[in-house]
Design a protein around this ligand. Structure first.
Ligand code: NAD
Length: 423
C-alpha cells in the first residue's frame, strides 16, 4: 500500500529525476571530463612512443645489431665467445657509452630507450645517431612494454641485459614522483619479468646508485653498510630495486649484479647535473648557486669519470655467472652481487667550479646558499675495495683531466661543430 512506503524510499527511487539530481549528475560528469582531459603532464612520453616498433625490416635490424662480430670466435682476453647484450637506456649518458664500448670489442648490442623529455631529447637523438653509425640499433620503446620486451627476446637469445634505463635526478622527484615509480620500480620489474621468462635467461647487470647511502654519516660508504635512510624518492626507488633484485634472484635464479654509481660525469653527459649546467651558466654569464651544508660544511662529491664507469660495467658483465632458471623456474642458486663504482676521492663543489673557470677561461658569478632539503646529500665517498678485488676496477681519471675532456666536447657540441664529434 502506498501508505506503507517511507517518503525517503520514495524520493530516492522515483524514476523521474528531480532538478537537484540532474544538477548533481551534471556536476559529477563535468568533473570526470575535467580530470580526464587535465591529467598532470607525464614527461615519460609514454603515448608518444607507442607502436614505433615491429615489422619485418625492424626485426631484421634487431637481429643484425644483436649479432656478435664473428659467431664462434673466442675473445682471447675473456676466453669465451662474444656476447649479445640488450642495453636499456641506451640513448642515455651511461647507456650510450656502455653500448658503444661493447660494440667496439665485438659484442652484439641492441638498445632500447623511450627518449623521454626529462632533459633535451635532441641530445639523446644525437647519441643514438652515433650509435647507429657504430652499428648499434636503438629501439624506441618503453621498458614497461612487456610485448616489446618479449618480442626482443623472441628474436634474440640475449646472453646479458645491461639495464640502465631509469628516471634519474633527485630533485625532479618532488615535481614528478610518478615518473620514478614508472621507470625505476614498474620498469625494473618489467625487465626482470622478461628476463625470467626468456630461454635461456640472460645475466643482468643494472644501475643502482650511491644515493642509497642516503643520510649515512660513516664514510667511505661500503656495500655492507646499512642503506635504510634514503634522502630522496629517487634513492628510495633504487633501494627498492635492490630488494626486487634479491627477490628475482631468490625465486627465479636470475644472476643479478647491482652497481652503485657515484656522480658520473664526462662527454655526452646529463644536462641536469651540476658540472653540466654550471658550464652552461658560466659561459652565459649567469650566476650559479653553490650549496653548503649545515655549519658551512662544504658539499663534496666522489665524481667518477664515464670511462672508468664503463670499465666497471663491462667487467661486471664479463664476471657475471649464468642465470640458473629455465621455463620461468629456478634450477639452482644464482649469483647476486652489489658493487660501488666510484672514484674514492671526493671533491668539494667549489673546487669543481674553480676547475671549470680555468678551463672555460671565464670567472663564475657565484652565490653561496644553504642546501635546501630537496633530496641532495652533503657528501659522497665510495669504498671500492670490493670492486677492485672482484672486478679489478681501478679508476684512472681525476676530475681535472675528466672535466677537460667534458669541456672540449661541450664546446664542440654546442658550437654546432658536430662534424668533429667523437666519443
Ligand atoms: N649519471 C650518474 O651520475 C648516475 C649516478 C647513479 C646512478 N645512475 C643510474 O645510472 C643509470 C644511467 O643514468 P644516466 O646518467 O645515463 O641517465 P640518463 O637519463 O642519461 O639515461 C637513462 C635513459 O633511460 C631512458 N629511460 C628512462 N625511463 C625509461 C623507460 N621507462 N623506458 C625506456 N627508456 C627509459 C631515458 O630516456 C634515458 O635516455 C640510471 O639507472 C641512473 O639512475 C646514474
Amino acid at each position: 500500500m502506498a501508505g506503507d512506503r517511507s517518503p525517503f524510499v520514495h524520493r530516492r527511487w522515483s524514476c523521474f529525476p528531480t532538478p537537484r539530481l540532474i544538477f548533481w549528475t551534471s556536476i559529477f560528469a563535468a568533473l570526470i571530463l575535467f580530470l580526464f582531459f587535465h591529467s598532470p603532464p607525464d614527461l615519460s612520453d609514454r603515448r608518444a612512443v607507442a607502436a614505433k616498433w615491429g615489422g619485418h625490416s625492424w626485426e631484421r635490424r634487431v637481429l643484425v645489431s644483436a649479432r656478435p662480430r664473428s659467431h664462434g670466435e673466442v675473445d682471447a682476453s675473456r676466453g669465451r665467445g662474444h656476447l649479445s647484450v640488450l642495453v636499456t637506456g641506451a640513448a642515455g649518458f651511461v647507456g650510450s657509452h656502455v653500448a658503444l664500448a661493447l660494440k667496439r670489442r665485438g659484442d652484439g648490442v641492441v638498445g632500447i630507450d623511450n627518449f623521454n623529455s626529462y632533459y633535451d631529447p635532441s641530445l639523446k637523438r644525437s647519441r643514438r645517431m652515433l650509435l647507429d653509425r657504430a652499428g648499434v640499433f636503438v629501439v624506441e620503446g618503453d621498458i614497461n612494454d612487456a610485448t616489446l620486451l618479449n618480442k626482443l627476446f623472441d628474436i634474440v637469445a640475449f646472453t646479458h641485459v645491461m639495464h640502465l634505463a631509469a628516471q634519474a635526478g633527485v630533485r625532479y622527484a618532488m615535481r614528478n614522483p610518478g615518473s620514478y615509480v614508472h621507470s625505476n620500480i614498474a620498469g625494473l620489474v618489467s625487465v626482470f619479468e622478461a628476463c625470467k621468462a626468456a630461454n635461456p635467461q640472460p645475466a643482468i647487470v643494472w644501475a643502482s646508485s650511491s644515493s642509497v647511502y642516503g643520510l649515512n654519516s660513516k664514510i667511505p660508504f661500503a656495500e655492507k653498510d646499512q642503506t635504510d635512510k634514503p634522502a630522496s624518492l629517487y634513492a628510495a626507488t633504487k633501494k627498492a630495486g635492490e630488494g626486487i633484485a634479491h627477490t628475482y634472484n631468490h625465486i627465479y635464479g636470475l644472476s643479478i649484479t647491482g652497481l652503485r654509481f657515484f656522480t658520473v660525469y664526462g662527454p655526452w653527459g646529463r644536462p641536469d647535473m651540476a658540472y653540466f649546467f654550471f658550464t652552461k651558466d658560466i659561459l652565459k654569464g649567469k650566476p650559479i648557486s653553490i650549496f653548503e651544508g649545515p655549519n658551512q660544511q662544504s658539499v663534496a662529491r666522489d665524481f667518477t669519470y664515464i670511462d672508468d664507469i664503463v670499465k666497471g660495467c663491462v667487467a661486471s658483465i664479463d664476471t657475471a655467472q649464468r642465470s640458473t632458471g629455465s621455463g620461468g623456474k629456478k634450477q639452482g642458486a644464482a649469483q647476486l652481487r652489489v658493487y660501488n663504482l666510484g672514484n674514492t676521492s671526493p671533491v668539494p663543489v667549489s673546487k669543481l667550479v674553480s676547475i671549470l673557470e680555468k678551463l672555460l677561461k671565464t670567472k663564475a658569478k657565484k652565490r653561496v646558499l644553504q642546501m635546501p632539503r630537496n633530496g641532495d646529500v652533503v657528501y659522497t665517498h665510495a669504498n671500492i675495495s670490493r670492486a677492485s678485488k672482484e672486478l679489478h676496477y681501478k679508476p684512472t681519471t681525476d676530475l681535472q683531466a675528466g672535466l677537460k675532456k667534458f669541456v672540449r666536447w661541450y664546446l664542440d657540441y654546442y658550437s654546432g661543430n658536430r662534424k668533429r664529434l667523437y666519443w
